[in-house]
Design a protein around this ligand. Structure first.
Ligand SMILES: NC(=O)c1ccc[n+]([C@@H]2O[C@H](COP(=O)([O-])OP(=O)(O)OC[C@H]3O[C@@H](n4cnc5c(N)ncnc54)[C@H](O)[C@@H]3O)[C@@H](O)[C@H]2O)c1
Length: 351
């Protein structure tokens, strides 16, 4: 089994944690869902290309760029020089509105992304752009198709859930997964797990919310109304799929607190009824790190997409999308999605 050769568009916090996790998990399996996926370990993932627009990242080796401002992801380990210089991509809507406060746009000319992907030998392009950049997301999806790469859309922008893009990837027999990465143990996954447990024990959930506070660029960006709405819709729809029709659901990031940096606090409230119609109330919070939470899942998704490439399976990978994303074409429970993913890895499911 060869290396999984991926390029990233967006060298932000999730990318920082991904690059560190490839180094950290070389000899340490602690905290991963799967140590091996199809015979590949995390260290079999290789980042061969990196694209960003921020002057503090462009032109630097990826091992340094991941720790440049405004990134706040925790530094867990030293990353040796990777020999991958971050190149400048087209800005499009990547620094619009509130994002201007945090991104310092680099003045150098844009790279030809399709040609770049071929030159660095990337077989997968991972979109890690900020929430709410539909034009840039579509640009990179198109570049993946013309650069001969599978595409992983970690952002909430509609790509893998849009039939036009699914057909375009099918036509080129290239795999496509998304949309909106589901963190390993983030608010949405934890919320779905709680709701699943309560419903298995007979509780009829009537009302629930999950609200987050964080200190990353992502948490800052979603202070802007249209970005908050985009994220909220994806998260709420995911939770609604896990509940009976008519339940009241609210989710989303409700504030930005800079000193929290990459930490995220998620508050969960669930109100339901069990035997004799009596109340059951869950009112809890938990704390996680955003970057590592995303990277853990992305390591599995990358290796899943590599298996599809090796098997020459193109188009939407329903099992990988259901397992790794909040807005996949087919929604199911956390447990079933993991079973689908493992069946896909073993070859028992085609996609
Ligand atoms: N736990 C997680 O990390 C997690 C979970 C779910 C979803 N996501 C999604 O993943 C995406 C990335 O998250 P993040 O926290 O790393 O974001 P981030 O804001 O830290 O990083 C985004 C990066 O994209 C760059 N960028 C902006 N426009 C660009 C363009 N046109 N071309 C290339 N680069 C551009 C920015 O300069 C920045 O470096 C977001 O859409 C987020 O919603 C992340």
């Amino acid at each position: 089994m060869g290396k999984t050769r991926a390029a990233v568009a967006g060298v932000g916090n999730c990318c920082s944690a991904l690059v560190q996790s490839i180094v950290f998990h070389k000899d340490n399996d602690v905290g991963l869902i799967h140590q091996e996926v199809g015979g590949m370990r995390p260290s079999d993932v290789e980042i061969v290309g990196a694209i960003d627009i921020d002057s503090r990242k462009v032109g630097r080796d990826l091992s340094e760029a991941i720790f440049a401002q405004p990134n706040v992801a925790l530094k867990v380990c030293d990353v040796p020089p990777l020999g991958v210089e971050v190149v400048k991509g087209p800005v499009l809507d990547g620094a619009d509105g509130i994002l201007k406060d945090l991104i310092s746009v680099d003045g150098s000319p844009d790279v030809d992304v399709k040609r770049y992907l071929r030159e660095v030998g990337a077989e997968i392009l991972v979109s890690l752009l900020p929430t709410g950049c539909q034009r840039a997301s579509e640009f990179y999806a198109d570049a993946a198709i013309h650069g001969g790469c599978g595409f992983i859309n970690c952002t909430p922008s509609r790509i893998a859930s849009d039939n036009r893009w699914v057909e375009a990837f099918e036509d080129k027999n290239l795999p496509l997964v998304g949309d909106d990465l589901m963190s390993q143990i983030g608010g949405t996954a934890f919320h779905m797990g709680l709701l699943d447990f309560l419903s298995r024990r007979g509780v009829k959930v009537e009302k629930t919310y999950q609200l987050d506070i964080g200190g990353s660029m992502e948490a800052y960006g979603v202070l802007e109304d249209f970005r908050r709405e985009e994220k909220r819709k994806v998260k709420s729809d995911t939770i609604k799929h896990a509940l009976p029709a008519g339940s009241e659901v609210a989710t989303g990031t409700s504030d930005y607190v800079s000193f929290m940096k990459d930490r995220r606090t998620s508050y969960f409230y669930i109100e339901g009824r069990n035997t004799l119609g009596t109340d059951v109330i869950v009112d809890i919070y938990f704390r996680t790190y955003d970057g590592s939470n995303g990277a853990g899942m992305l390591l599995d998704v990358l290796r899943g997409v590599k298996l599809a490439l090796d098997r020459k399976v193109g188009g939407q990978l329903t099992s990988v999308s259901a397992y790794g994303f909040k807005n996949p074409p087919i929604h199911t429970s956390i447990a079933e999605a993991q079973r689908w993913f493992e069946e896909f890895v073993s070859g028992a499911r085609k996609r």
